[in-house]
Design a protein around this ligand. Structure first.
Ligand code: FEO
Ligand code: CA
Length: 489
């Protein structure tokens, strides 16, 4: 039974010949004292010291189709910011929140404040009607967006960074010098091997960051934001941007972008060594030999799972803040349990079809397919278990393979060494009526090793057909240790 499921899970590699054919067609410095708390740095090691819990500390709710946020008994929520609210004097909260990370305000002083911190939020994409007044009728009638409409949409994406504080039991927005926005019009640097190359139109800067999906925090206290569906900004039928903004360069989007929430003077950087694809998020861990290892998914049907290994070892007391500019990028072959190196210099197939390593990095999906990487069922969030260092991946679904409910797959690196080029894997949980969840998207581990899963049944399928019984998208918890291990709540 298992093998059949595995077969359904991973899309078969397409023939090399077909691929070859397809391929042919196609600095500011700042001073922060690094005194990060051990508890924070432990997030980046598989400490194997997580607390076991045999208690389910909330009363799970039933699926609901009510148009409201339904919480378990004893829980409440505060609205801190909403679209259009002020972030600073002249900056406003963006549209469609995605990634949300809380960073203790005293992080760099060895602290872990849980009632005073910075919120870092991604804004993924605009709804044209609300943001720029561009209607469905306009689209049907081939009306072009004005420059102003395009700019309004560009400004609604990117990230919001602002201070929050808990006062008398409620969370509040706080005006602060750290509060700011970066959007589709901000200046962003391009860093790493592709910067300044002809593949990037010789640029060291890009206009803005867009389609910011999920992300990840680094062990030096910065945040990476994932540019996901950048093609939506490029499709003339969709947003009609390319012909409005003449300086728009397609290759400048689809990267992981690094921000320093503590330093308003830091210009964010697109880290090209991490490759260009529809980035969903990033999860980092320090390997046994001290190098950093980053896992990333390309959220598209029949796309891939990637891993980046830094060249240098990570020093928490004196971190090299550009450590992500140098290293090796791999892509997963689930059939052979191997990480395939995307390296122009040492790969004949890559040399035959690309011009340089920059060309490989700009066109990761094509390079990955050329090497025979496994086509997956929409790899979304990836998170690393704090209990044993295994790597959990949410495969959301794949309509092309009749995988409607998705699954969660777990990778175990050879010898538990994250830099290893070999791995084993298993299906940890499958979506469907038996488990009660469908279309897993964002993942997170808490300190007890409980896996949290947010579902993302697309709005056009929600509460309909085979998805009806799951009702609205929900947050699920699976304990990964203790007597409740593997049960879904
Ligand atoms: Fe923006 Fe793949 O979720
Ligand atoms: Ca997502």
């Amino acid at each position: 039974m298992m093998s059949k499921r595995l077969e359904n899970l991973i899309y078969k590699k397409i023939s090399r010949r077909k691929l070859l054919k397809n391929a042919a067609a196609g600095v500011a410095s700042y001073a922060v004292i690094f005194n990060l708390p051990d508890e924070f740095l432990n997030l980046f090691t598989a400490s194997k010291s997580s607390v076991k819990s045999d208690e389910i500390f909330f009363r799970p709710i039933e699926p609901s189709s009510a148009d409201e946020l339904v919480l378990p008994e004893g829980y409440s929520y505060d609205i801190i910011r909403k679209w259009g609210d002020k972030i600073s004097e002249n900056e406003y909260y963006g549209y469609n929140n995605d990634y949300c990370v809380y960073i203790p305000i005293d992080l760099h002083n060895g602290g872990k404040s849980s009632d005073d911190g910075i919120l870092f939020i991604n804004h993924e994409y605009p709804h044209p009607l609300f943001v720029s007044g561009y209607s469905y009728e306009d689209m049907k009638n081939n009306v072009r967006k004005s420059k102003l409409q395009v700019e309004l949409e560009m400004k609604s994406m990117g990230v919001s960074i602002f201070r929050v504080r808990k006062e008398k039991g409620s969370w509040k927005f706080v005006n602060d010098r750290l509060n700011r926005r970066y959007d589709g019009t901000s200046e962003i640097l391009i860093s790493g091997p592709a910067a300044g190359t002809d593949e990037m139109k010789y640029a060291y800067k890009s206009k803005g960051t867009v389609q910011n999906c999920s992300g990840g925090i680094t062990p030096w206290g910065t945040v990476l934001s994932a540019e996901e569906n950048y093609q939506d900004c490029l499709d003339p039928k969709e947003l009609r941007w390319g012909d409005v903004l003449k300086d728009f360069t397609e290759e400048h989007y689809g990267w992981m972008v690094e921000f320093d929430p503590f330093d308003p003077g830091y210009t964010p950087k697109k880290r090209t060594a991490l490759g260009r694809f529809r980035h969903e998020n990033i999860a980092m861990i320090k390997s046994q030999d001290g190098r950093l290892v980053c896992y990333m998914g390309d959220d598209k049907v029949n796309e891939h799972v990637y891993k980046f290994v830094t060249e240098e070892k990570f020093d928490s007391k004196n971190p090299d803040k550009d450590i992500l500019d140098h290293g090796k990028l791999y892509v997963a072959d689930f059939e052979k349990g191997k990480w395939l190196l995307l390296d122009y210099e040492t790969s004949n197939p890559l040399k035959m079809h690309f011009r340089s390593q920059a060309d490989v990095l700009v066109n990761c999906p094509e390079a990955a397919k050329l090497l025979g990487a496994t086509e997956c069922n929409r790899p979304e969030d990836i998170e690393i278990s704090p209990v044993d260092g295994s790597v959990f991946i949410a495969f959301t679904n794949n309509y092309k393979k009749d995988d409607h409910h998705g699954s969660i797959v777990r990778i175990i690196e050879e010898n538990e060494e994250h830099t290893s080029e070999k791995f084993r894997w298993e299906v940890y949980a499958t979506g469907g009526d038996e488990s009660g969840f469908s279309c897993p998207d964002n993942l997170h581990f808490d300190s007890k090793g409980n896996l949290w899963i947010l579902s993302d049944i697309g709005s056009s399928s929600l509460n309909k057909g085979i998805y009806r019984s799951f009702k609205n998208n929900s947050l699920f918890m699976i304990p990964t240790q203790g007597t409740m291990r593997g049960k879904v709540y």
